[in-house]
Design a protein around this ligand. Sequence first.
Ligand code: GLV
Ligand code: MG
Length: 307
Amino acid sequence: MARRRPLVRRSELATPASNERMIAKAAASGADLVFLDLEDAVAPAERPAAREKAVAALTELDWGATTRAVRINGVDTEWAHDDVIELVTRAGDHLDTIIVPKATAARDVWWVDVLLTQLETKLRRERRIRLEVLIEDVAGLAHAEEIATVSDRLDALIFGAGDFSVSLGARVDTNFVPTVDYPGDFWHHARSRVAVAARLGGLLAIDAPYPDYRDPEGYTREAQRASALGFDGKWAIHPDQIPIANGVFAPTDQEVAEARRAAAAYRAAEREGHGATGLDGRLVDAAHVKLADDVLARAAEIERRGT
Ligand code: GLV
Ligand code: MG
């Protein structure tokens, strides 16, 4: 299994590329990644014009430490080809990542990867555009493993509960919470499969949007459930959701302190030739120290990012 990319993606803010006022706010929002949406947040007739606005925003605004991404239209639409060509040609090095929606099979991602390689060669662009992919229909979930391993440009799989609910015919409300009694976490299977596939490819796993931005408790609950399964971050559809995601997906001070103690105890035991030790009456072995190292690496990465 490939090692997870050392990237900080606690929050990914969705912003319609058609709305200049929202884009200006997004650039200063403090999200780890902002993506300008050319797909479902924009009316079909507005999509070519939104593309122009995305190019202008990427090249003219100060994005600070935020990763600059664009969600293109699905590869089966009339817009996808021009989205990639126009963005890469005109935004140059101001674009870091392309988000591919509604991936149904590895070939969907492969198509974008090949087009990017052609463009980067033509434009003599040295820094390669990265990719994130939405798993948001039943075909995407069924092929999540092959999608996660098809391209070395991939950084993350994103679970898209909205379109996934449509594809499944799920009985959910506008926050994708079941409208009938359901024992347990309704999204456990889908999330878990996305997280496992992501790790198979050494990728991050990013959780779905939560549309009700006036419900911080609901957002926190869903973020925590995803985080328990190994997810690294969550979409935000409003700037108010960013600090919540940034908090939930960062190791707590207590987790960092415990990780430091466990790692130190294990390494001291190792120097004396032992493969395990005890700490406060609990066993610390090789798996515990790997978990501790992962917590410490994520905390260091967040600190390096500076927010
Ligand atoms: C995101 O695009 C979703 O469909 O949830
Ligand atoms: Mg969607």
